[in-house]
Design a protein around this ligand. Structure first.
Ligand SMILES: [Zn+2]
Length: 361
C-alpha cells in the first residue's frame, strides 16, 4: 500500500452547506471515507467539519468483491494508524455501480469484478469493526463538493470514463425513486449518434465524457484530456476544434441540468476536470456561444454557475466519510442508529440528507 500524504490537507475550513451544524460524531472524532475506483482505493480521515487530516492510497485488486474488501480494510487500517486521533465512527464507502444504500450492497461494479449483489457494507464492517455506509461514488463526490464549496444546492457533474451527475437540492441529496437520478449520461441526444454501452443510441455520454475524449484524441503518454488541452493551448488547430466540440457537449450537459433543477452552481469533477481552469474556460465559452441568440438562456447565467472541483481535495472520499454521519433510513449496516445524528429530517451531515435507495448502471 502506498500512502500518498498524511498531514494537513485543509478542505476549506468549517464550511457547512445549508447552515446546519455538523451532526453525528463528536467534533474531535475522525471519520473515514473510501473512494473505491476501478484502479485505486483512495481513503481519507476527516474531521466532522470536513477537514482532511490523513490520506492513504492502494491499488484496487483484481479478483472481485472479497479482494476489494480486503484491500479496503487495509486502507482503513492504514488511515487509523496515520490519523492521530480517535477513529471509531462509521466508515463511508463511495463505489461505482448499482448501490442499494439501505442494504449496503453493490451490483454491476464491472470495473471491480463485481457483477451480482455483493454485501460490501457487511463484509467490510466485519473486518474493520465499525459500521459501514455505502453509496454510489458520484453521490459521494457531490456530498464532498457541497462541503468543500459551501453550496447546499448544486449539481455535481462527474466527467470520468462515463458521464453522471448527482444533485443536492436544498441541502438534500436526490437519489430518485429508483436510484437513477443524475444518470444524464444516458439521455439520448443524437438519433444519428453512436451506440452507447447502455444499449441506446446517441447518449450524451458518447460525446461528453473521458472516454469520448480518449476516442477523439488518443494519447499514450498523458491522460487524453490533458493531451488534448495541451495540444490545443499549443496552437494545434485540430486539437482546438476537438476541444471545443467536447466543451460544447459538456455545455449541453450543464444546460440540461440547469434547465431541469436550476441549481445554484454546477461543479465540474471527475478525471477530465484535472485539466483545471482550461476546462472551465472552454465550457463557459461554449455556454456563451449557445446563449448568444437566446436572451432566455443569457438571463440564466449558466456560465456564471460553473465551479471546478478543487484539485487538492479528494471530494469523493471526503463525501464518503461524511456519509457516515447520516446513514440512509436512519440505520447503519449493523442496524443501529448513530447517536446525535439528525435522521430523516431533511437536514443533516452539515448539508445533504440522504433519502431512498441508490441504484445506477
Ligand atoms: Zn447510454
Amino acid at each position: 500500500m502506498a500512502a500518498v500524504t498524511a498531514g494537513d490537507e485543509g478542505t476549506g475550513g468549517d464550511v457547512t452547506p445549508g447552515g446546519a451544524p455538523p451532526a453525528g460524531p463528536g467534533r474531535d472524532e475522525l471519520l473515514i471515507g473510501l473512494d473505491i475506483g476501478g484502479t485505486k482505493i483512495l481513503g481519507v480521515a476527516a474531521g466532522a467539519n470536513g477537514r482532511v487530516v490523513a490520506q492513504a492510497l492502494a491499488p484496487t485488486p483484481n479478483g472481485g468483491g472479497a479482494a476489494v474488501t480486503e484491500a479496503a480494510a487495509a486502507v482503513v487500517g492504514d488511515l487509523r494508524r496515520r490519523a492521530g486521533g480517535p477513529v471509531t465512527g462509521p466508515v463511508g464507502v463511495g463505489i461505482p455501480g448499482l448501490v442499494d444504500v439501505t442494504r449496503g450492497v453493490v451490483k454491476h461494479a464491472v470495473n471491480l469484478g463485481v457483477d451480482d449483489w455483493f454485501p460490501i457494507g457487511d463484509e467490510l464492517a466485519a473486518r474493520v469493526g465499525v459500521p459501514v455506509v455505502v453509496d454510489n461514488d458520484v453521490n459521494a463526490a457531490a456530498i464532498g463538493a457541497a462541503r468543500v464549496t459551501g453550496h447546499a444546492d448544486l449539481v455535481y457533474l462527474g466527467l470520468g470514463t462515463g458521464l453522471a451527475a448527482a444533485a443536492i437540492l436544498g441541502g438534500k441529496l436526490r437519489r430518485g425513486a429508483h436510484g437513477a437520478a443524475g444518470e444524464i449520461g444516458h439521455i439520448p441526444v443524437d438519433p444519428a449518434g453512436r451506440r452507447c454501452r447502455c444499449g441506446q443510441v446517441g447518449c450524451l455520454e458518447t460525446t461528453a465524457s473521458g472516454s469520448a475524449v480518449a476516442e477523439a484524441w488518443p494519447a499514450s503518454d498523458l491522460p487524453p484530456a490533458r493531451a488534448l488541452f495541451d495540444a490545443a493551448a499549443g496552437g494545434d488547430e485540430k486539437a482546438a476544434a476537438v476541444r471545443d466540440r467536447f466543451a460544447a457537449r459538456v455545455a449541453d450537459a450543464v444546460r440540461l441540468v440547469c434547465l431541469t433543477v436550476d441549481p445554484e452552481v454546477v461543479v465540474l469533477g471527475g478525471g477530465v476536470s484535472q485539466v483545471g481552469e482550461r476546462l472551465l474556460a472552454a465550457v463557459a465559452r461554449a455556454l456563451a456561444e449557445q446563449a448568444a441568440d437566446s436572451p432566455f438562456l443569457r438571463s440564466l447565467d449558466l456560465a456564471g454557475r460553473l465551479l471546478l472541483v478543487p484539485a487538492d481535495v479528494p471530494v469523493a472520499a471526503l463525501g464518503a466519510a461524511l456519509l457516515g454521519t447520516t446513514p440512509p433510513g436512519g440505520t447503519r449496516s449493523d442496524g443501529t442508529a448513530p447517536g446525535g445524528t439528525a435522521i430523516g429530517g431533511g437536514t443533516a451531515i452539515g448539508g445533504p440528507a440522504l433519502d431512498g435507495p441508490a441504484a445506477r448502471p
